[in-house]
Design a protein around this ligand. Structure first.
Ligand SMILES: *[C@@H]1O[C@H](CO)[C@@H](O)[C@H](O)[C@H]1NC(C)=O
Ligand SMILES: *[C@@H]1O[C@H](CO)[C@@H](O)[C@H](O)[C@H]1NC(C)=O
Ligand SMILES: *[C@@H]1O[C@H](CO)[C@@H](O)[C@H](O)[C@H]1NC(C)=O
Ligand SMILES: *[C@@H]1O[C@H](CO)[C@@H](O)[C@H](O)[C@H]1NC(C)=O
Ligand SMILES: *[C@@H]1O[C@H](CO)[C@@H](O)[C@H](O)[C@H]1NC(C)=O
Ligand SMILES: *[C@@H]1O[C@H](CO)[C@@H](O)[C@H](O)[C@H]1NC(C)=O
Ligand SMILES: [Zn+2]
Length: 506
């Protein structure tokens, strides 16, 4: 039976050539098949990576583990992270990923770095901590030397120390506080958060709930140090933190300005790296909420330019944060965002863009606009596949996409991780990094959980040790570090990587 040949397409040319060679047999040539399989494999993230013997041995080990993991009827990446977390924790792949030097975390927000257990067990037990209960069952905190003035829509303040002395069971109280500081729940997450609106509403409430705790000066420092510690323990060696740089307050109610906050980040980072020489450091991306009006955003850009000039070592650039779907599109702020170029000042942008399912709306345009404004990376870029021009620009200019799998699932852009759009991006080695966005709010920590979802979920059986290595290298290559710093950081990473491979390859 003759093969019915369609009009030859350029990419299929060689395949068709082999059809002719096989003299009309309908079975495609197995050598050609193998060649095409190899071609696809070489195009993937890490597909060109040359692997040492020990890396190959580790890879076979990983492959066997992954086959088992993916064959499970309760394969974790197919489930909501809240239900999957306890399964992931006991997975042998996860424990390897925890040990693996993952390079840098390039998309993490300031006040969701540290797990909330530390916030409740350590911070809320400090003296002078007041709590109030809002009309809609959330909580707010403040540290104050004297009794603080009441907040609107909140019960009168109670000194937590007194409250704890009065309640019958402090564990119950602490658990209810914890429940307010995170989205994580043991209940059914689908029932608890049925829509994007509901989950984003709760998401924003958690930020408000932690606010009074983390903006208190002594806690602010400890929180950041603790955050660096948690990422470091997860074998992350570098961080780019998106930070609002809010006013930080003292016990007497006095406050510090933005420059103080940035300087404090710098001091704590220096202290941390002095104590942990194999940690490379951290840089700050100053962020303004996209819900702000034009004059506030303009002020933010002005402030960012000033900070960039005064603190060039720690300042990486500028971004707008908050829910894109309900926020103002980037184009609306075009005057503010072109100020730096108009004044001949360098202010790198790291825009969140394309964190949306609303194809074709004004907001969906953000991803292309971010690139038009010369963004250095794209935060999320979940909608990138639907914008071929933006995708092409991102690839050609090496503008990496910061993929945050768990965030996208919890905030209801994707259910089954195997369907995450980054699967397609990884299949063609698109510039990308894996990050964790707001790990504490999602009940995750560091980067390992997100690496797990990427590796087992959308990496499928085809992602391998080379993919992981590539992702770690990407996180340094696409960072805001100077080329010279990148070389130093890569050398540091390589030493840790070699150690990891030799200790874990059988
Ligand atoms: C709370 O954290 C601080 C700073 O990380 C630490 O010094 C202190 O020992 C902790 N306190 C408790 C009660 O865990
Ligand atoms: C709770 O109340 C605040 C203002 O008081 C409001 O902005 C927010 O949307 C409410 N959240 C919920 C879950 O009702
Ligand atoms: C307090 O509540 C927790 C959880 O509800 C329970 O496990 C614990 O036994 C209780 N403790 C006391 C002293 O009743
Ligand atoms: C938040 O705290 C309030 C007051 O303690 C409590 O009633 C509510 O259940 C908590 N919310 C969650 C989600 O745990
Ligand atoms: C912008 O927002 C700020 C702070 O919310 C407010 O003070 C100011 O009046 C607003 N400006 C305009 C032009 O709406
Ligand atoms: C972006 O870069 C291009 C080419 O370097 C430049 O012409 C343009 O002014 C830049 N635009 C912005 C808004 O930074
Ligand atoms: Zn983010």
């Amino acid at each position: 039976m003759a093969v019915e040949l369609r009009r030859p397409h350029a990419a299929l040319g060689c395949l068709l050539f082999f059809y002719y060679l096989t003299g009309g047999l309908s079975i495609p040539d197995p050598r050609q098949r193998e060649a095409l399989i190899q071609l696809e494999a070489s195009m993937r993230t890490g597909g060109q990576m040359v692997l040492a013997d020990a890396e190959q041995r580790l890879d076979s080990l990983l492959f066997k583990m992954k086959q088992k993991e993916m064959a499970r009827p309760d394969c974790p990446p197919t489930m909501h992270f809240f239900k999957a977390r306890h399964l992931i924790r006991t997975s042998p792949i996860f424990s390897l990923l925890q040990k693996m030097p993952k390079g840098g975390a390039l998309h993490v927000h300031d006040f969701s770095m540290v797990d909330i257990e530390w916030l409740v067990k350590n911070v809320t037990y400090r003296p002078h901590c007041y709590i109030c209960f809002t009309d809609n069952q959330s909580v707010r905190f403040i540290f104050s030397a004297r009794w603080p003035n009441p907040l609107p829509h909140c019960s009168p303040w109670a000194l937590l120390e007194n409250l704890r002395a009065k309640v019958i069971n402090t564990t119950d109280l602490d658990n209810s506080i914890m429940g307010n500081l995170t989205l994580f729940t043991d209940e059914d997450p689908e029932a608890m958060y049925p829509s994007q609106d509901e989950v984003w509403d709760r998401f924003e409430q958690t930020f408000l709930a932690v606010w009074g705790l983390v903006t208190y000066a002594p806690v602010f420092r400890d929180y950041y140090y603790q955050g660096l510690t948690q990422f470091y323990m997860d074998n992350v060696m570098y961080l780019e933190l998106r930070a609002l740089l809010p006013e930080i307050y003292e016990l007497d109610g006095s406050t510090h300005d933005t420059a103080w906050t940035l300087k404090t980040y710098q001091e704590v980072t220096r202290q941390f790296t002095a104590n942990h020489p194999d940690f490379y450091g951290a840089r700050i991306i100053f962020t303004v909420h996209r819900g702000r009006n034009i004059s506030m955003v303009t002020e933010g850009v002005e402030e960012a330019m000033k900070l960039q000039r005064d603190f060039p070592d720690i300042m990486a650039g500028f971004d707008l944060v908050g829910r894109e779907d309900t926020g103002t599109p980037l184009w609306y702020f075009r005057d503010a965002l072109s100020l730096p170029v108009d004044r001949g000042i360098t202010l790198p942008f790291f825009f969140h863009a394309g964190e949306t399912n609303l194809e074709g709306t004004e907001v969906d345009q953000n991803i292309l606009d971010a690139l038009l404004f010369n963004t250095s990376r794209v935060g999320h870029g979940f909608a990138l596949l639907r914008h071929p021009v933006a995708k092409d620009l991102s690839r050609k200019r090496g503008v990496a996409v910061e993929v945050c799998p768990i965030s996208n699932q919890v905030l209801k852009l994707v259910n089954d991780m195997r369907n995450h759009p980054a699967a397609a991006l990884m299949s063609e080695n698109h510039p990308l990094v894996i990050s964790s966005d707001d790990p504490a709010i999602f009940g995750a920590s560091g980067l390992s959980y997100d690496f797990y979802e990427a590796f087992v979920g959308f990496g499928g059986l085809t992602s391998h040790i080379g993919s992981l290595k590539q992702l770690a290298i990407n996180s340094i290559r696409y960072s805001s570090l100077t080329p010279k710093q990148q070389e130093q950081a890569l050398a540091l990473w390589q030493r840790r990587w070699n150690k990891f491979v030799s200790e874990n390859a059988s």
